[in-house]
Design a protein around this ligand. Structure first.
Ligand code: PLP
Length: 361
């Protein structure tokens, strides 16, 4: 068996310790004489585990009282539609700050249930910056303000939580949740697909302020109502039990790593190492993102000679560095440095980059 360094953007690397624990417990979990995937979600063992997983997440993010934590399905994309369904009245405006592909999608998917307004966008500079807060055109009567804290494809990250006054701040944190400590009290609703920093795809973790669950802008099937999911402890129907379990292993691993402060230190060091290799390459490698908006999770770059990019990716793979091809919409190279990617992997990538530049210089 040989596991390579995995820079996949998603589904992405999981901590090896998490995979080993899941492997060890796969056939028989927790004295159940069956795997965790083969037992009732309504049984005592699973319910206790589910509650512990939620408690660990609350501890990691210091979630204040007055917030519900939900373990949902459908991927982040489903919630692009479900958030306005639950929070926005017909004809009401919802403000979207767009700094990349996912924000664009979130705004366009909202239009069946809201009047989405692009309050600010960095499209004009090719999504290489975060629009200056002073320029945001916000409506104080909007249902919410939506941001994408890390744009996975464009490699752009919002490093400060914006002040949007009394309007609830809604954030898609699919690709940077749990990568640093967060002041949850500044948000009305946070949602994240699991497959970047948490666990298997198909699971969505949501943290939502209880007063927002009281909004009932329209009749909805129960399964689409966040308030119903909250009342049923995310078990209105059969949840993604395997995803919930693996998320729990990841949360325990994060606690062992020193929690989110420890994670942030590592993530800063990893990103700094790679950006230094790019910036110090004399132009051989280039990243166009404004320094203050550079993502610590997804580092995108181009080679000065773009014809070498299709050579770089397979050579890197042969050197044990996986999934470095940029998103099809942008091309170039993308290295995703989620929590589970160790500094050692980044150092191996930097060594490969300098050797590649020497050979193909
Ligand atoms: C990956 C990603 C998504 C899409 O997630 P799905 O689970 O495929 O729906 C949405 N937003 C961001 C920021 C992402 O990184």
């Amino acid at each position: 068996m040989s596991r390579a360094w995995n820079f996949s953007a998603g589904p992405a690397a999981l901590p090896e310790a998490v995979l080993r624990r899941a492997q060890a417990e796969l056939l028989e979990w927790n004295g159940a004489h069956a795997s965790v995937m083969e037992i009732s979600h309504r049984g005592k063992a699973f319910m206790e585990m589910a509650a512990r997983v939620e408690a660990d997440l609350r501890e990691l993010l210091a979630v204040p009282s007055g917030y519900k934590v939900l373990f949902l399905q459908g991927g982040a994309t489903q919630h692009f539609a479900q958030v306005p369904m639950n929070l926005c009245a017909d004809g009401q405006r919802a403000d979207y700050v767009v700094n990349g592909h996912w924000g664009e999608k979130a705004a366009s998917e909202a239009s069946a249930y809201a009047v989405p307004n692009v309050a600010a966008s960095s499209k004009a500079d090719g999504y290489t910056s975060i629009p200056d807060r002073a320029t945001w055109d916000l409506d104080p009567h909007a249902a919410y303000v939506h941001v994408t804290t890390n744009e996975t494809i464009h490699g752009v990250e919002m490093h400060d939580v914006p002040d949007v006054g009394g309007v609830p701040l809604v954030a898609d944190m699919s690709s940077d949740i749990l990568s640093h400590p967060l002041d949850v009290s500044k948000f009305g609703l946070i949602y994240a697909g699991a497959q970047k920093n948490i666990g298997p795809s198909g699971l969505v973790v949501m943290i939502v302020r209880e007063d927002l669950l009281e909004r009932q802008p329209r009749p909805l099937p129960r399964i689409f109502r966040y308030a119903e999911q909250a009342a049923a402890n995310s078990m209105l129907n059969t949840p993604n039990t395997w995803g919930w379990y693996v998320a729990g292993l990841t949360f325990q691993w994060l606690k062992e790593q020193g929690g989110l402060a420890g994670m942030e230190r590592r993530n800063r060091a990893k990103a700094a190492t790679l950006y230094q290799a790019i910036d110090g390459s004399g132009g051989y490698y280039r990243n166009r993102v404004r320094p203050e908006a550079r993502s610590r999770m997804n580092v995108i770059f181009n080679l000065q000679d773009a014809t070498l990019e299709p050579v770089f990716v397979p050579e890197a793979e042969r050197a044990g560095l996986l999934a470095l091809k940029g998103h099809r919409a942008l091309g170039g190279i993308r290295a995703s440095l989620y929590n589970a990617v160790p500094l050692e992997a980044v150092q191996a990538l930097c060594a490969f980059m300098s050797e590649f530049a020497r050979r193909h210089g």
